[in-house]
Design a protein around this ligand. Structure first.
Ligand SMILES: [Fe+2]
Ligand SMILES: [Fe+2]
Length: 129
């Protein structure tokens, strides 16, 4: 079962954002599709780095769209971007110590990233009305 499911309330209606959200979710689901303890440290680090880089590019796209919609300064979602990237940097460091995809990373995906996408979908829909 996929860890990261894009629910209806997470659909923003902006094609490029929704497409990238699907790609990010797919990459995360692929990482968690492997049984715990079966992946090498290098593989996990590279996968989280890929997710970091996808998100970094995605946030740039998103912030340009937020700017056009007039919500860049007051959207909590846009303020969260830097802290999400910092958390991913920390997880890459954690892999070095723990050698497996940590439960904290799983909690981060389910808690922070999914909530983030739902919140920005709300912001975008409110701005588009
Ligand atoms: Fe975002
Ligand atoms: Fe996003």
């Amino acid at each position: 079962m996929d860890l990261f499911k894009i629910s209806k309330e997470m659909i923003t209606g902006v094609e490029i954002i929704d497409k990238e959200h699907q790609e990010i979710a797919g990459k995360i689901n692929l990482l968690f599709s492997h049984p715990k303890g079966t992946l090498s440290k290098a593989f996990i680090k590279a996968a989280i780095k890929d997710i970091h880089d996808m998100l970094e590019k995605h946030f740039q796209t998103e912030e340009q769209i937020f700017l056009k919609l007039g919500i860049l300064e007051n959207s909590v979602a846009s303020l969260e971007h830097d802290s999400i990237l910092k958390s991913l940097d920390n997880f890459i460091g954690d892999v070095e110590k723990n050698y497996c995809v940590s439960d904290e990373f799983k909690a981060f995906v389910v808690g922070t990233l999914i909530t983030h996408m739902a919140m920005e979908a709300k912001d975008i829909k409110n701005a588009s009305i």
